[in-house]
Design a protein around this ligand. Structure first.
Ligand code: NAD
Length: 516
């Protein structure tokens, strides 16, 4: 199964291109909206497909189909639903390389990194296979004389998921695995920049035996998003993306009475204490700063070097950057580069503009990735790994999310100065401390105002049975992704207080057969 099987074609000046469209009622559904956008191969810069943008009629059709799917699926027994979850997990595990290659073709990240994304998503699928234990509620016998109290966890109904370009498989899996296991029907609005992974996963659900309508893909832009936000049928919204849109989603969906998970952007700092192992730090800073070309919400973008380590650390990082190979994420003759291109030329230019800002603000550009050209891929959206020293903390390039392969160093005099910088930032997604002092690390985990903390671990994405979420402008509201938070989010609890009289108290007892 490849996405090349998909759908109709559209014509452009350069000939027909594939059109990527919706998945409704268990099948691909061509769009007649007349609206679409190009999907690029970021390594070559070529348009490889057009993605359809839903109109209101298609939005309504998708939601209505999901509602019908919910009515069927929520009536299935737990055992039958669990069989589908296991089948999905087995199919995914067997065919994950197909999905990784689809991600690379549209996102640009190297295949091994795309595979890493799939595996982190698969973790949540695996957690969700154990859903019966997590949605079984509780029972208190004889809470009052002759009265029992128990809780039921029921699905919400139709739930909406809106995902970002940088994890086209993992982020949807964070949400849909748990939502579907718990008995809901999902409408996924993927990023328009890399929409094919969603259709591949839809096909996989069908093969796993999921009833039609339970997993729907609605391709589109703001119109599709607003269609989900404003539909009275849609019970909840799970969003991951940039902070301004996360805030808009949170406010609009809440105003419309929906539950919301809304995860936003980030600017993650790595605090390096003078006692840290600087070779380990340099390795981790390069992996966490430049992996996936820095297009990760948990990427490290600032190294806070507690003096006197900055000069030595910068030397070690610079040396490692020199060894990085940049090229087509799909690899050539089975050999993979270390880093692929950025998602679009527009985004590449935005990343470059932040390096310009840092330079104009007086920072030192130690390694400059601007203007990088890769042989044979001159039209690809490449940007070289960039290292910036002495960035002023007043610079927009320090304060804002760049979302590219740009690592900045701020030299600080003490742990406290570093901590204050982290805590004064607008984001609070992830952070890391590198030290050999357990007491210092313990103090840091207590004092830092960030949702996910690494101790000698640069990208502390929690495993599936914990939950993922930042603080401040990295997460609006209080609903985190997956783990127990995920199950709480995708179920609605009922508490039942019941009194059943003992047969001995009844006037007519003969039909019970109980010997009184
Ligand atoms: P984005 O905010 O541009 O888009 C996310 C989704 O919102 C897409 O599906 C898009 O179509 C939709 N969207 C875009 N503009 C919209 C609008 N005006 N109204 C309604 N919907 C709109 O984000 P992106 O560029 O796809 O992803 C990168 C961002 O996501 C970064 O800021 C990154 O930090 C963040 N991110 C955060 C996490 C996290 O867990 N906190 C994880 C991954 C990515």
């Amino acid at each position: 199964m490849t996405t090349a099987e998909t759908v109709e074609t559209a014509s452009t000046e350069s000939g027909p291109v594939r059109v990527i469209s919706h998945w409704i009622d268990g099948a691909e559904r061509a769009s007649s909206s007349g609206r679409s956008a190009p999907v690029y191969n970021p390594a070559t810069g070529a348009v490889q497909a057009q993605v359809a943008f839903a109109d209101q009629a298609e939005i309504d059709e998708a939601i209505a189909s999901a509602q019908r799917g919910f009515e069927v699926w929520s009536g299935w027994s737990i055992a039958k639903r669990q069989a589908v979850m296991f089948a999905f997990r087995e199919l995914l595990n067997a065919r994950k390389l197909e999905l990784a290659e689809i991600i690379t073709a549209e996102h640009g990240k190297v295949v091994s990194d795309a595979m890493g994304e799939v595996l982190r998503g698969q973790e949540v699928v695996e957690l969700a296979t154990g859903f019966p234990h997590l949605i079984k509620g509780g029972y208190s016998e004889n809470a009052s004389a002759g009265i029992d109290v128990y809780s039921l966890k029921q699905p919400l109904g139709v739930v909406g998921i809106i995902s970002p370009f940088n994890f086209p498989a993992m982020v949807p899996m964070w949400f849909f695995s748990i939502a579907i296991a718990a008995g809901n029907a999902v409408v996924l609005k993927p990023s328009e920049k890399d929409p094919s992974a969603s259709l591949w996963m839809a096909q996989l659900w069908k093969e796993a035996g999921l009833p039609d309508g339970v997993f729907t893909v609605l391709q589109g832009d703001k119109l599709a998003v607003d269609g989900l936000l404003n539909s009275p049928v849609v019970q909840s919204i799970s969003f991951v993306g940039s902070t301004p849109i996360a805030q808009y989603i949170y406010e609009t969906a809440s105003r419309n009475g929906k539950r919301v998970q809304a995860l936003g952007g980030a600017k993650n700092h790595m605090l390096v204490l003078p006692d840290a192992d600087l070779d380990l730090v340099a390795d981790q800073a390069v992996n966490a700063g430049f992996g996936a070309a820095g297009e990760r919400c948990m990427a490290i973008s600032v190294v806070l070097a507690v003096e006197p380590v900055a000069d030595e650390l910068i030397e070690k990082i610079t040396e490692r950057i020199g060894r990085l190979k940049i090229g087509n994420g799909a690899g050539v003759d089975g050999v993979e580069p270390d880093m692929g291109p950025l998602i679009t030329d527009v985004h590449r230019d935005k990343v470059a503009s932040y390096v310009d800002i840092a330079e104009a603000d007086g920072a030192t550009i130690v390694v400059d990735g601007r203007g990088l050209s890769v042989d044979g891929l001159e039209d690809g959206f490449f940007f070289g790994p960039t290292l910036i020293d002495r960035i002023p903390t007043s610079s927009r390039a320090y304060q804002e999310e760049i979302f590219g392969p740009v690592l900045s160093v701020v030299r600080v005099a003490s742990y406290d100065e570093g901590l204050d910088l982290i805590n004064s930032g607008q984001f609070g997604n992830g952070t890391a401390i590198f030290t050999n002092d357990g007491g210092a690390a313990r103090r840091f985990q207590n004092e830092v105002q960030v949702g996910m903390i690494g101790i000698n671990v640069p990208i502390p994405v929690p495993v599936a049975y914990h939950s993922f979420g930042g603080w401040k402008k990295s997460l609006f509201g209080d609903a985190k992704a997956y783990g127990t938070h995920g199950f709480d989010f995708f179920t609605r609890e009922k508490a039942v207080t019941a009194r059943w009289l003992d047969p001995a108290t009844r006037h007519h007892t003969e039909h019970t057969g109980i010997n009184l």
